[in-house]
Design a protein around this ligand. Structure first.
Ligand SMILES: Cc1cc2nc3c(=O)[nH]c(=O)nc-3n(C[C@H](O)[C@H](O)[C@H](O)COP(=O)(O)OP(=O)(O)OC[C@H]3O[C@@H](n4cnc5c(N)ncnc54)[C@H](O)[C@@H]3O)c2cc1C
Length: 428
């Protein structure tokens, strides 16, 4: 269907997990930035929709959703400055394949390559690695269609830039992003099984620094951790010698999936075989459903200094958490300076939960987890299910008030506000 202004129009439907139907009546799909500008200028209420992978109503609106999936595509490498500029609807999987083809790499990827760059950056989506900032830290510049339809461009280092990157869709619609890149590098991925909790917790820094990116998969019960995924940067000719053991764990003999019963063949290459970063840094392969599909997710980012205590707190909650879980993942991220990043000002450990799709039961347990993690100043992932509101979140973010001022300035008519932002950020 085509709108009066000539833009493609579809019914809004539901998010990737299927746990919510968008309140918006429809989704408009502009194909040019000029069309997008007209659309924003003329709308009373609207929001950008990425690839629909968030589990809460962060993307929703009672007005119109705007998808940039059909925006004129652009992946333009600037070899001199080592950056790439991408149009707003580009997905990481598409970008990673093209960068690899041209001999370049991003510093990191999330567990799945299916998500849009703009949507992932807006929520501070992350991968893992002690020295790796979240995906938003790669943003060197952005172009945003502001509430009046005007184009705003900002580069790293300019005033307000640090407030505009992790923007929760509240400041406008990001039409393009410029990201830092580096020469391509190989990665090899090895999985170890049944690590001992006591050995891991006694040596937590050694565990998480043992590879470029480390993920631990657990259901919090018992004295063993299900799996450790180690992604190492290696020279192409240098085969990674499999370690005989890893903190009480043994090397997996076949490809593994983090969730029991799902085939490892849907995951990126394991068993220590080196290959391009673009085929190893994510856990899940672009051509398959990532994770399980039938699921919900939550995640809490805890300052690194509290990592072991926060993990112990989660283990104490096993009797209420484990029965609802498909799996949990523990990752690490480096500190950054982006105002609403859960990694703002502190190296962090991410305590992620992939839930069975029982939303009432999950929503009942979230306040219990949040109370247990409150002493550790845990910040929830913006794109996943959490209970806390603006009143509880504000003290966790030193620049929270500045973000609200910025949003009021850029969007005086509150076109981009929705119920989620009202409850979780603006406190109204
Ligand atoms: C299976 C699965 C695995 C996941 N793994 C990870 C992981 O490894 N690490 C992690 O941190 N998270 C992970 N997530 C969460 C996911 O990365 C975030 O929810 C992310 O925001 C999804 O991006 P999206 O493109 O789907 O955005 P959407 O969910 O569509 O939107 C999210 C927000 O971005 C805004 N937005 C989207 N596009 C624009 C734009 N052009 N301009 C302005 N704002 C915009 C929206 O308005 C909304 O506020 C996972 C999710 C799933 C389903």
């Amino acid at each position: 269907m085509v709108s009066e202004a000539g833009t493609e129009l579809h019914t809004a439907g539901h998010n990737w997990a299927g746990n919510l139907r968008y309140a918006a009546a429809d989704v408009l799909e502009p194909t040019t930035v000029a069309e997008l500008q007209d659309l924003v200028a003329g709308a009373r209420k609207l929001r950008a929709l990425g690839s629909r992978h968030s589990f809460n109503r962060i993307a929703d609106t009672t007005g119109t959703l705007v998808s940039l999936e059909h925006l004129e595509p652009a992946i333009e490498v600037d070899a001199a400055n080592l950056t790439v500029t991408v149009s707003g609807g580009t997905r990481y999987g598409t970008l990673a394949a093209e960068l690899q083809r041209q001999g370049y790499a991003l510093h990191n990827l999330a567990s799945l390559p299916h998500i849009s760059v703009a949507g992932a950056v807006a929520t501070a989506t992350h991968g893992s690695g002690d020295r790796n900032g979240n995906l938003a830290t790669a943003v060197a510049g952005l172009e945003l269609v502001a509430a009046d339809g005007g184009l705003l461009t900002l580069r790293r280092g300019e005033p307000d830039f640090d407030g505009m990157v992790v923007n929760l869709g509240a400041l406008g619609i990001v039409s393009s992003l410029t990201l830092d890149i580096e020469p391509t590098f190989p990665v090899s991925q090895s999985v170890f099984e049944d690590l001992k909790w006591d050995q891991v917790l006694e040596n937590f820094d050694d565990v998480t620094s043992s590879a470029y990116s480390v993920s631990l998969f657990t259901d919090w019960s018992g004295d063993r951790i299900g799996q450790a995924w180690l992604k190492s940067r290696t020279a192409p000719t240098e085969a990674i010698a499999e370690r005989a053991g890893f903190f009480g764990g043994t090397p997996a003999k076949e490809p593994r999936h983090p969730i029991a019963g799902v085939p490892g063949t849907t995951c990126t290459q394991q068993l220590g075989v080196p290959g391009p970063w673009s085929d190893r840094l994510a856990h899940f392969r672009m051509e398959f459903t990532p994770s399980k599909g039938d699921e919900l997710q939550s995640e809490y980012l805890v300052p690194r200094e509290h990592a072991v205590d926060a993990i112990q707190a989660m283990r104490r909650l096993s009797s209420v958490v484990t029965p609802l879980l498909l799996v949990s993942e523990i990752r690490t991220m480096a500190a950054d300076s982006l105002w609403l990043s859960p990694n703002y000002g502190t190296d962090s450990v991410g305590l992620h939960l992939t839930w069975r799709q029982d939303q009432p039961a999950v929503e009942a347990v979230l306040p219990v987890i949040e109370a247990e993690l409150a002493p550790f100043a845990a910040r929830p992932h913006w794109g996943k299910l959490f209970d806390g509101d603006a009143f509880r979140l504000a003290p966790l973010y030193p620049r929270f008030a500045d973000f609200k001022v910025l949003a009021d300035r850029l969007d005086p008519e509150r076109k981009f506000r929705n119920d989620f932002l009202g409850t979780k950020v603006f406190g109204s």
